[in-house]
Write a protein that binds this ligand. Sequence first.
Ligand code: FAD
Length: 444
Amino acid sequence: MKILDLVIIGGGPAAITLAKNIKQEREITIFRPEDHSMIYCAMPYAIEGIMPLEKTLKTDALVTEVGAKLIREKIVDVNYKNKILISETGNKYTYKQLIIATGAEPIIIPIKGVDLQGVMSFKTEKDLKTVMETVSNELIEAVVIGAGAIGIELAQALNSVNVKTHLIDIFPTILPNMMDEDMIEVPMKSLENSGIQLHMNEKVVELCGEKTVETIKFDSGKQIDFDSAPLVIFAVGMKPSIDFLKSSGISIGRTGIHINSKMETNIKDVFAVGDCCEFISGITGEVVLGKLATNAVPMARMLAKNLLGDDRSYAGFYNGAATKVVTHFVGSTGLKELAAKDLGYDTIVGEADMTTAFPIMPFAKKVKLKLIADKKTNKILGGQIISGEPVTDKIDKITMAIQFDITVDQLVQLSYASQPYQSFFPANNLIVQASEQIITKRNK
Ligand SMILES: Cc1cc2nc3c(=O)[nH]c(=O)nc-3n(C[C@H](O)[C@H](O)[C@H](O)COP(=O)(O)OP(=O)(O)OC[C@H]3O[C@@H](n4cnc5c(N)ncnc54)[C@H](O)[C@@H]3O)c2cc1C
C-alpha cells in the first residue's frame, strides 16, 4: 500500500484553505464524499434568487489546481496506531500525517414527527435543491425552527419568494447567541413587519401528521396548524461530524475534537481544524461555540504555515459574526452583556447612536454600537452593532481591541477618519463615544 504523505478528511473551507496554502510543498490527498464543496454562506441568497444555485458550488479545481489529489470517498474508520484510514467502500489508505476537517452537521432535535415528509435540515447541496424545487412547486407555507443567523437568513429568503414563513425560537428574541435583547428589538420588529410570523419563547415538542406535518405543538400548549404540507427546516445549531471517530482513541469534548493552540490532537501526527473541533474562548479560556467559516479558515491557514515550518499559535476564538435582518446589518463579537454577567464579569456598557454618513447627507442611515467592558480590568469583552450599512469592518475593529487586550482608556484615544459619505461628523466616532461613556460611568 502506498503511504500517502498528508491526508485531509473533509472538503470544506478548512480543507480548501490547507490545500491552497500548502500547494505542492507537500503531497496532499483530500477525502470528500460529496459532488461539490459549497459556499454555505450564500445558500439562502440562492433561494432568494440573488444568484443561481450553481454559484454556490465550488469547483474542485480550487484544490486540484494547487496540486492536491481529491478522492471522493467517505472515511468511516481510522486506526492511528498503524496510520490506516478505511473508507465506506472498504478501501484502505495509509498516511504519514492526518488532518481531520470533517466539519459539522445540523442538529435535528429528537422529537416525535421529525421523520415526516418535508422535515429537513439545511446544509448540503441536496438540501438547497430540495428547498428551491419545493418553492418552485408552489410551496405555500414553511417553518424555520431556530432564529440564529442561518435560521433568520433562511426565513427571510423563503418569505421573499412569497412562502408564508414561520420562525420559531425557544428564546424571547432572534439571534440569541449574538445580540442582547435591547439591541435586537428594532430589527426584530422589522422582521415581523416584513411578514414573517415570529413564535418566540416557544419550545417545539412535537410535529404531528400522517405523512406530512399538519400541526406543530409547543410546550406552552399553543400550536401551528397547516392546511397544506409545509417545509419544516431545523436550524437549531450544529454538531461536529465525528461520530466515526468516537471510539478511535482521539480526545473529544462536548462540542468537538480537543485541539491545542497548534491544532494538534492527543494523537501524534493527527491534527484537526474547523467546525469538527472544540473551541476555546480567547476571552474566558472556557469552551465556546463558533461553528463559523471565519474560525475554520484561520485555523487551517495557521496549521498550513506550521506544517511548512512556521511556529505560529492560535490565541483563541472571539466569534466576530454578522448577518442581515431586513434592512438592518447586524454584527457582534466577543461576549454579550448577559453572557458576560452570567460568567461573573462586572460589566460596564457604553452606547453610541450616530449615522453612517454626515447626518446632513440625505442617504445617511442610523448606526448603533453597544460596547461591553470589564470593570475590573477595563478590557473590552464584546461589542454589538446595528446599522443601515455593512458592519463587518467595525466588528473586526472591536474584535481587534478584545484580541489584543486594548482597554477602554486606550480605545477612547482611537485616531479615526471622517468624510461626509462615509462616517459621522469629525466631531465624533462610534467607538470613541461608547468608550467615553464607559469611562464616565466607571469614574462616577
Ligand atoms: C447555511 C449556512 C450559512 C452559513 N453562513 C456563514 C457565514 O455567513 N459566515 C461564516 O463564517 N460561516 C457561515 N456558515 C458556517 C460555515 O459554513 C462553516 O463554519 C464552515 O463551512 C466550516 O468549515 P469546515 O471546513 O470546518 O467544515 P465543513 O464546511 O462542514 O466541511 C466538512 C467537510 O468534511 C466532509 N466530511 C465529513 N465527514 C467526512 C468523512 N467521514 N469522510 C470524508 N469527508 C467527510 C464533508 O462532506 C465536508 O466536505 C454557514 C453555514 C451554513 C450551513
